[in-house]
Design a protein around this ligand. Structure first.
Ligand code: NAG
Ligand code: NAG
Ligand code: NAG
Length: 313
């Protein structure tokens, strides 16, 4: 019987370290590369992370790099600050949304969908509360304005917040809020709506590219490209190629554990087992030799047990 203990395969995504990979690949190739070695292509959920990403790209490179965003198949509502609409508070006017646009205004306290290219007043928020901006901008420009000068366009989670915003509004004006509809998805399916598009992006016309690159020159703004384009990319997550040493206790009747061919077949067996558990990707197993060049060490004269160590890398 073979007992394999203590294989530690966890990877923490909490701090989400980013890794700049300075090799040109298509988006799907870059995705596989990141999934094999880290967690996935980079996801980004705030301006702080946009800045972290810009900073890890080599100073000498001023082109665009792949991130994990790709055109999806389904349109979903999300908030400009990155939140999804799981809280399920909506305050649509009756008959709304009626499909005439991908951005949302509040008007007399209730919401209407509207083409994002219309120019309207808008509300920004920051810690101290909501600020009405009496300058007309389209939704994307309003978003940039709020992000640069305050925090973002507002997210409305409940009727209390909806009322607070409604109180500062001027009647008879449509006012942009942070709700929008889009069909872009992160590679790791993390349902996250933070977007940082460059001016004019994403393009409404079809065929303009289904994969997203971050421009290092344009303060980390995003644009669509053909997924076949070869460019450097950013992965996130911990490195998966950690070395793991596992101590095994084997018993063997009428055989010699230090027989190299037996050792090879045991390794093969472990490797197959790991694969069947979906664990072994790009990893190599090898025996670790002891100082006396032997892999196994006899535990006791009376028992046929041996110790050995096996190196996983
Ligand atoms: C908003 O206006 C800017 C120019 O100020 C333009 O580049 C951008 O495409 C417009 N966005 C939309 C959604 O109309
Ligand atoms: C931030 O506010 C200033 C002053 O109103 C304005 O000139 C600037 O364009 C704003 N930023 C953006 C990105 O709109
Ligand atoms: C919304 O986001 C939360 C936390 O960010 C996540 O747990 C949840 O699965 C997401 N909901 C959907 C519908 O994707």
């Amino acid at each position: 019987m073979l007992i394999l203990a203590g294989i530690l395969w966890s990877s923490s995504a909490l701090s989400r370290p980013y890794h700049y990979i300075n090799v040109r690949m298509s988006w799907p190739e870059a995705q596989s590369y990141c999934r094999e070695r880290f967690t996935d292509l980079a996801t980004v959920d705030s301006m702080d992370e946009v800045n972290r990403l810009v900073n890890i790209v080599d100073a000498g490179y001023s082109g665009s790099v792949w991130i994990g965003l790709k055109r999806g198949t389904q349109k979903r509502w999300g908030w400009s600050n990155g939140e999804n609409t799981t809280s399920q508070y909506y305050n649509w006017a009756s008959g709304q949304p009626n499909g005439d646009g991908d951005c949302v205004v509040i008007y007399y306290g209730v919401w209407h969908d509207m083409s994002c290219s219309y120019k309207q007043y808008f509300v920004c928020y920051e810690n101290s509360g909501y600020i009405l901006i009496q300058s007309t901008k389209n939704w994307t420009d309003a978003q940039s304005y709020c992000r640069q000068n305050y925090t973002d366009l507002p997210t409305i989670h409940n009727s209390e917040q909806n009322n607070q915003i409604n109180q500062i509004l001027l009647s008879e004006n449509y006012i942009w809020i942070g709700l929008f509809l889009d069909s872009w998805e992160w590679s790791d399916k993390w349902s996250l709506f933070f977007r940082h598009w460059a001016a004019g992006q994403p393009s409404q016309s079809s065929g303009s590219g289904d994969c997203v690159g971050m421009s290092t020159a344009d303060s980390g703004k995003w644009a669509q490209y053909s997924c076949d384009l070869q460019q450097p990319f950013i992965c996130h997550g911990d490195k998966l190629n950690r070395k793991q040493i596992v101590r095994l206790k084997l018993s063997c009747n009428e055989c010699t554990l230090n027989d190299p061919s037996l050792q090879t077949s045991i390794l093969h067996e472990i490797s197959e087992k790991l694969k069947s558990m979906g664990l072994e990707s790009e990893s190599k197993l090898s025996w670790r030799k002891r100082e006396d060049e032997k892999v196994f060490d006899q535990e006791s004269n009376y028992m046929a047990n041996s110790n050995n160590e096996c190196k996983k890398q």
